[in-house]
Design a protein around this ligand. Structure first.
Ligand code: G3P
Ligand code: MG
Length: 262
């Protein structure tokens, strides 16, 4: 990758869509672990990794999808109730396969250090409806880590919570941002409206919710469209025909040839 380039975050910047490893190569290694991200850096043709972030009790930015620990680690209960030192004890790999027993829930910093200069990064800010963070806290902590890693121009921040994205953009105007579509809340609103009011340049949508008219609207307004989570040839082919700009996949390494040609 060319680190100064911001191609993946612009609409129609490439003939082929960008290939994005959803939670790393999460079909072949435990999601959101260094093992899954490392695989993505070693697989040719993958442009970007996607990961989910939230906070530990001592405000460390950790890479974890669920609010609670038990699905993907040996921990139990809300991650926000544990310090990172405590979280680092939990085994985050054995639930997937015994060979990954050394994996831990990583900090955002450790993942960025692993992929810096190799892949772009989509940082998805997790926000739990009944457990919202105090305004600005999550955005500030994440921006601090990304800035310290010198990766502000290699990262796209996205969230289902568009207030977080708008606030992050207000705090740091040069941030590249995306909004995630929530069918129940956003139905009837076009990508240009949703992205526009949050100051975002990317619209991210689930495959079953994306319509051709939404892509047209986004592209007419210079907004890139990413779609998740495409793991089968049929799904990828359909979205190639739709003309999306980015494809999130759990097995990103397997779809590269189909997306970009051999
Ligand atoms: O960012 C796209 C996708 O990751 C959103 O859903 O639940 O996989 O984080 P989820
Ligand atoms: Mg995600």
């Amino acid at each position: 990758m060319k680190s100064e380039q911001i191609g993946p975050f612009q609409a129609k910047s490439s003939a082929a869509p960008y290939v994005i490893a959803h939670r790393g190569i999460s079909a072949k290694a435990p999601e959101n672990t260094l093992a899954a991200f490392s695989l993505a850096t070693k697989s040719n043709g993958i442009d970007m990794i996607e990961l989910d972030v939230r906070l530990s009790s001592d405000d460390q930015v950790i890479v974890l999808h669920d609010r609670t620990l038990q699905r993907t680690s040996t921990g139990n209960g809300a991650a926000r109730n544990y310090s990172y030192a405590e979280i680092a004890h939990f085994n985050a790999g054995s639930w997937f396969h015994g060979s990954f027993s050394r994996e831990r829930i990583p900090t955002l910093r450790s993942v960025l250090e692993l992929v810096r200069g190799k892949r772009w990064v989509n940082i998805e800010l997790k926000s739990d409806f009944l457990h919202r963070e105090q305004r600005g806290v999550l955005e500030e902590k994440i921006l601090q880590v990304v800035r310290e890693c010198g990766m502000l121009q290699q990262v796209m921040f996205s969230s289902f919570d568009h207030h977080l994205i708008a606030n992050l953009k207000r705090t740091n105007a040069v941030s590249i941002t995306g909004v995630l579509y929530n069918l129940y809340r956003d139905f009837g609103r076009m990508p240009s409206k949703l992205a526009g009011r949050a100051g975002a340049s990317v619209f991210v949508c689930a495959k079953q919710e994306l319509r051709k008219g939404m892509i047209q609207d986004a592209h007419d307004n210079g907004i890139a469209v990413y779609v998740y989570t495409l793991n089968s040839v049929e799904d990828v082919q359909k979205m190639l025909d739709f003309g999306v700009d980015g494809i999130l996949s759990d097995n990103a390494d397997d779809i590269v040839t189909l997306v970009k040609g051999s």
